[in-house]
Design a protein around this ligand. Sequence first.
Ligand code: SF4
Ligand code: SF4
Length: 89
Amino acid sequence: MNEAWKNIEEGAVIKHDITKSPRTGDWRYMKPEIKKAECIGCGQCFSVCPEAAIDFDAEKKADIDYDFCKGCGVCATVCPKKAIIMQKN
Ligand code: SF4
Ligand code: SF4
């Protein structure tokens, strides 16, 4: 698995200021759901989410903020464990 993204220095990537972002989740058509038992915490979904809507819970599993998730499905596409399932919202 390519984990080069973990070596990106803080500040080297653009991070949304989510406190000022519009709530893209309002118009979501599809909704990603994480199968926590399958998630290995690799962070690939986190690194590609265009809304910066993915974080990690206390067990270091991916967690989605549905206020800002627009349902694009990129996270589900990159997940190496197929741990993210897209469903109708
Ligand atoms: S569906 Fe898109 S916006 Fe929502 S968490 Fe996945 S990558 Fe982010
Ligand atoms: S890409 Fe998949 S396995 Fe990796 S943190 Fe996200 S949900 Fe978990």
